[in-house]
Design a protein around this ligand. Structure first.
Ligand code: FEO
Ligand code: CA
Ligand code: CA
Length: 694
């Protein structure tokens, strides 16, 4: 057994499993080594054989009108906070009505950056600066960050660690000069964060305070100036492990979520493993509780413990020493882990509001969730379960979106139907040979069904109650035979076309170790580089039928990888690997941030623009690259302001406190004393990229 020097983190199991330069530390700390153990989905393998009609013409649904879609989604004037939401607000609606357009954000793609380079790389004519960094003080009583003198009390009043999902919503009436920034804090890396002299109990306490969520106000002089965060602003808030979340939906009050501390089963302290998220049309933020299992010691013997990766091993952060709820063997806390794995909704415009966990969207390793208003007026939330061979889900609200009625709209995710996706391919199985080579009909494509799990408030799964379906959603889904996917990360609908994009980041086990092999929707065995699925709902967004095709099969064509970019010449694309987070610009281009490119194509992770419409459909252009060991998260594309934001997560992950591998973003020179508030250590940060030459 190996440990990180000075810490009791067990890492060895992952070391033989990771490839290339993929960080074993990231695997251990972020995902509790999810990829090193057995695949936890042991349900019988489902192939794409048993959906009947796989012959429906894609053309029949490809012509869905963008203007009509937008009129429903954003038509008319929105309530103030609602117009502040949604990428680009009213400007997006205007641009989208014109279909795919030409972006103001023009750039020449950067060359791929070597994974060992500790630099934030942007195209010629652009600059970058951190908007906020780990440790930056949020409140007037918060001290400046001091790397060598950290405390839990200080961290609780400062920006947390490893920001992932990020969005910026303008404050109504501020004429574009004021905004709120949301960021979640997925996990901590104690080895590089804390001086070895910091006592273990204080390490645990500071790390705990570095988790959770942050809302902070931003200001700028005008739209051509970069944003600055505002210390002490009215809307600033940290959500910590003692923040109370209201559980909504069918599981609220259920015996499955009651504990000695919450005998009513309705109020949950804290949120864990927050990864990606989404911004609702009504101006709230959704955040996905993903690898929550890594925070609990459990019996590890039940079917649900096994299916969710809950084990009886000490956790990496050992919070179970300080708080009995993190060990579900403790009497009274048997259900504590059932209170995590949900979609969280927060209102960034109300610092006194009670955040919610929405049980109606199911419990699994939610990457995030993204909402679109259907033609019917109901809202639809798409969410991926990021685990090898797990599933893609869709929630359809019972009630309808009411324009301008924010209070009503904030109830929509509490009640509705839940579905899981099953895909069928159009090509004969022998043509899907596991290499990623396109079948003879010219595309990876087919039809699909949304299989019901909960309908009209009732369980659609034999032998399981509604509460059981929603708490043990993975087990419920196993019973209805959905398609095992290659780790669904972000799932997001284009407001231009209503097509839904699914980032399947990778699956090193596909076709290996006796596991299910390639299918047309996951067409590569040993899927190192991932792919993007494009879904077209049949008719209304609430439909239970869809067609699909792959937008791309990722990799580096110049290294001989078999790739596919919707027919765009492979020698003209930026190489891309391990797609993770998705965003759209105001003219309908898809932007993809990556997590794991070092393990795939051997290059630094980055942010990429993908043209979706016209003759250049499938063209991939790299916009930026993040520093050594870092992952690109939470992209926000403000092309009309010629600006882009990303979260840089886990820079310098593989270092140690005394031998750091990244000095992003302060880059304090060796041998010099950092200025107040700076540090000679990597600091996860939200970065703004902007034009400097015009
Ligand atoms: Fe936290 Fe699925 O990445
Ligand atoms: Ca096909
Ligand atoms: Ca992610």
């Amino acid at each position: 057994m190996s440990v990180i020097p000075g810490r009791k983190f067990t890492l060895l199991p992952m070391l033989g499993h990771t490839k290339g330069k993929r960080s074993a530390v990231t695997c251990a700390l972020k995902c509790d080594n999810a990829c090193s153990g057995e695949v936890c989905n042991t349900s019988s393998d489902e192939y794409f054989r048993d959906i009947a009609s796989a012959t429906m013409s894609r053309r029949a649904v490809l012509g869905f009108g963008a203007a009509g879609a937008l009129a429903v989604a954003f038509g008319g004037a929105l309530a103030s906070a609602e117009s502040a939401a949604a990428d680009g607000g009213p400007g997006l609606a205007a641009a989208a009505r014109n279909g795919f357009g030409r972006s103001k954000l023009t750039f020449t793609a950067i060359a791929p950056v070597d994974a060992a380079v500790d630099a934030f790389t942007v195209p010629a004519g652009f600059g970058w600066r951190p908007v906020i960094r780990w440790g930056d003080p949020l409140f007037n009583d918060a001290p400046d960050f001091d790397l060598n003198h950290q405390s839990a009390a200080a961290q609780a009043r400062q920006f947390g660690y490893n920001n992932d999902y990020t969005d910026i919503l303008e404050i109504p009436g501020s004429k574009g000069r004021r905004a709120v920034l949301f960021a979640n804090h997925e996990y901590t890396n104690e080895t590089i964060m804390f001086p070895p002299s910091l006592p273990a109990a204080e390490v645990r306490a500071v790390a705990a305070a570095a988790h959770g969520l942050t809302v902070v106000e931003l200001e700028r002089r005008n739209k051509n100036q970069p944003w600055n965060y505002v210390k002490g602003a009215r809307l600033n808030r940290r959500y910590l492990n003692d923040t109370t979340y209201e559980l909504t939906g069918p599981v609220a009050g259920s015996a499955l979520v009651r504990t000695v501390a919450d005998p009513a089963g309705r109020s949950i302290r804290g949120t864990l493993g927050n990864c990606s998220g989404g911004t609702t049309p009504w101006g709230t933020i959704l955040s996905g509780e993903e690898n929550f299992n890594g925070y609990f010691v459990s019996p590890g013997t039940s079917a649900s413990d096994k299916r969710y990766g809950l084990t009886n091993q000490p956790t990496a952060r050992q919070w179970e020493i300080d708080d009995p709820r993190f060990n579900t063997n403790n009497p009274g806390y048997e259900n504590e882990a059932n209170r995590f794995g949900w979609i969280v909704e927060v209102d960034p415009f109300d610092p006194a509001s009670t955040p919610k966990k929405h049980s109606a969207l199911g419990r699994f390793k939610h990457e995030g969730a993204n909402v679109i208003v259907a033609e019917s007026g109901q809202v639809v939330a798409y969410s991926g379960d990021d685990e090898r061979f797990d599933y893609l889900y869709k929630f359809v609200s019972k009630n309808k979106y009411r324009e301008g009625d924010r209070t009503h709209n904030m109830t929509l995710l509490a009640e509705g139907n839940l579905y899981v996706a099953k895909f069928a391919g159009s090509s004969p199985a022998f043509q899907v040979d596991g290499t990623g080579t396109v079948p003879s009909d010219g595309g990876f494509d087919g039809t699909g069904q949304w299989l019901p799990l909960v309908v009209d408030g009732k369980s659609a799964v034999a032998g399981m109650s509604v509460e059981e379906v929603l708490v043990y959603t993975r087990l419920a889904a196993d019973k209805v035979g959905p398609t095992k996917m290659d780790r669904c990360e972000d799932v997001e609908a284009s407001l231009h076309t209503r097509k839904v994009y699914v980032a399947c980041t990778n699956n090193s086990d596909r076709g290996n170790f006796g596991k299910e092999g390639a299918t047309e929707v996951n067409p590569r065995n040993n899927n190192r580089d991932g792919h993007i699925v494009e879904i077209t709902e049949t008719g209304d967004q609430t439909s239970t039928a869809f067609t699909w095709n792959l937008l791309m099969v990722c990799g580096d064509p110049s290294q001989g990888d078999v790739t596919y970019f919707s027919g765009f010449p492979v020698d003209q694309v930026s190489p891309i690997s391990c797609p993770d987070n998705l965003a759209f610009d105001s003219v309908g281009n898809l932007w993809i941030s990556t997590d794991g490119a070092p393990s795939g194509i051997g290059k630094a992770d980055g942010l990429f623009k993908v043209t979706l419409g016209g003759a250049e459909r499938g063209r991939v252009e790299q916009f930026l690259a993040v520093p050594r060991d870092g992952e690109t998260c939470g992209p926000i594309i403000r092309d009309e302001e010629r600006s882009v934001f990303v979260s840089v997560q886990h820079p310098g992950e593989d270092g140690s406190f005394d031998a750091q591998l990244s000095f992003f973003p302060d880059y304090v020179a060796a041998g010099t004393t950092p200025a107040p508030g700076q540090a000679r250590a990597p600091r996860p940060s939200v970065v703004q990229v902007f034009r400097t030459d015009a």
